[in-house]
Ligand binder design. Structure first.
Ligand SMILES: CC(C)(COP(=O)(O)OP(=O)(O)OC[C@H]1O[C@@H](n2cnc3c(N)ncnc32)[C@H](O)[C@@H]1OP(=O)(O)O)[C@@H](O)C(=O)NCCC(=O)NCCS
Length: 198
């Protein structure tokens, strides 16, 4: 089973337990946590959430299976750590995948977020034949909202005051889309570039 996908400017590699320190370290950066409802969080809590996901995909890959959900490390082509991106199955929504991406602050502002989101969306659509894609974000996370719109997701709902973070209530935006031919076509160049579609 292929364990990494090399696009023009980044490499997306299924995360392994060895990647946990870099991922957790990135999630400890104050700027990274600005719009993430689950941050700040203790290292142990982040490891307890991410560790089992990464171990499960490792077991599936070890058995030669495509992981049911994927957490990727995003690297530059020299292997430098940029961040992580994920496409995880949505409980209770067969064929539904939630996409997410978190990058170290040093990686921001040069399109890595856009390309990472498009990669995980393409992975879900082209390798998993996803029926739906979705993502949730806090209102105000403008970079992430632009990225999701660019992928082709639309605002499907909002939950005013849903998240309480650092004593402040935030509105949660729910973005999503059913996969249709137009969305497949929009993601095709990213899929092709990463070798998901030949
Ligand atoms: C959100 C995040 C992934 C963006 O990554 P990035 O590599 O800087 O994003 P890009 O360079 O691809 O920019 C995406 C778009 O957002 C815009 N943008 C970037 N920072 C912005 C900001 N602070 N305010 C408004 N727009 C911004 C870019 O101009 C670009 O817009 P365009 O498509 O119209 O050109 C990154 O900031 C991050 O990891 N943040 C912390 C974790 C997080 O919030 N993840 C998302 C959870 S929902």
């Amino acid at each position: 089973m292929q364990t990494e996908f090399v696009a023009a400017r980044e490499r997306f590699r299924y995360a392994t337990p060895d990647d946990l320190p870099a991922i957790v370290g990135m999630l400890q950066e104050e700027a990274v946590g600005r719009w993430l409802f689950f941050l700040p969080a203790p290292v142990a809590a982040l490891e307890a959430y991410l560790g089992p996901l990464i171990e499960a995909q490792g077991r599936e890959l070890g058995e030669g299976s495509l992981p049911a959900g994927a957490t990727f490390v995003v690297e530059d082509l020299e292997g430098g750590f940029l961040g992580m991106a994920a496409a995880l199955g949505v409980d209770g929504s067969p064929g539904g995948f939630e996409i997410g991406y978190q990058l170290a602050e040093a990686s921001w502002g040069r399109g890595v977020g856009t390309r990472s989101a498009r990669f995980v969306a393409a992975w879900a659509v082209y390798l998993q034949q996803a029926y739906r894609l979705e993502a949730s974000l806090l209102a105000g996370n403008e970079a992430s909202r632009k990225i999701l719109s660019g992928v082709g997701l639309v605002e499907e709902g909002r939950r005013p005051g849903y998240r309480l973070k650092d004593g402040v209530r935030h509105t949660q935006l729910l973005y999503g889309a059913v996969i249709d031919e137009a969305l497949r076509a929009r993601l095709a160049p990213d899929a092709r570039q990463a070798g998901l579609l030949t």
